[in-house]
Design a protein around this ligand. Structure first.
Ligand SMILES: Cc1cc2nc3c(=O)[nH]c(=O)nc-3n(C[C@H](O)[C@H](O)[C@H](O)COP(=O)(O)O)c2cc1C
Length: 173
């Protein structure tokens, strides 16, 4: 799939078929995450891979009870290792670069998921404290996105985009 087609046809999918996804596909998805750009190439991402139903239920509850998450055979939680970025860039690294870096990794994974015939949705609505507890995250590792991954059971229509003319500002805002 051409990268521009992948970008345009990727959709947030919130319903999944029950069959598992092959491990080699999951590895490709995670590897795509690691090829994202990162400030100073510090690569502050940590990926938690969850397959047990018990853990998926806890994650879904922490995600403000978005229980559809539990339908996915695999859930990946992308986290930012704030300390890695802080060591390189101080406060800007901790509070800004590491979130940019992990977000780039998440988008890479979403595009890889789509190109491999799988489906997912970026979930950012969750209780930081509860999710960190559930995942046993050490201090300085912050959850950024939950990605339920599986074979999609729906094909959502494209939500509209703001027209280019309204988002481009020439020379100044
Ligand atoms: C930072 C962020 C947080 C999001 N959080 C959620 C979420 O908690 N639950 C959900 O169902 N979708 C969530 N989404 C998905 C958006 O609703 C979706 O990307 C948007 O409606 C555009 O649809 P599309 O992804 O199909 O293009 C989130 C997306 C982003 C980028």
């Amino acid at each position: 799939m051409h990268v521009l087609d992948a970008i345009k046809t990727r959709r947030s999918v919130r319903a999944f078929r029950p069959e598992p996804i092959p491990d080699d596909l999951l590895t490709k998805v995670l590897e795509a995450g690691t090829w994202a750009p990162s400030a100073g190439n510090l690569q502050p991402w940590e990926f938690i891979v969850v397959k047990s139903q018990e853990m998926k239920v806890k994650i879904a509850r922490a995600a403000l009870h978005q229980m559809w998450i539990t339908e996915a055979p695999v859930v990946v939680v992308a986290c930012a290792n704030e300390k890695r970025s802080e060591m390189g860039y101080g406060e800007r690294g901790r509070a800004f670069y590491c979130i940019c870096d992990v977000s780039a990794a998440v988008q890479n994974m979403l595009l890889a998921i789509h190109a491999l015939g799988l489906a997912s949705c970026w979930i950012g609505a969750f209780d930081d404290y509860e999710l960190s507890e559930v995942l046993k995250l050490p201090p300085g590792v912050r959850p950024i996105a939950i990605l339920p991954i599986g074979y999609g059971r729906e094909a959502p229509r494209s939500p509209p985009r703001r027209p280019l003319s309204s988002v481009i500002h020439l020379e100044h805002y």
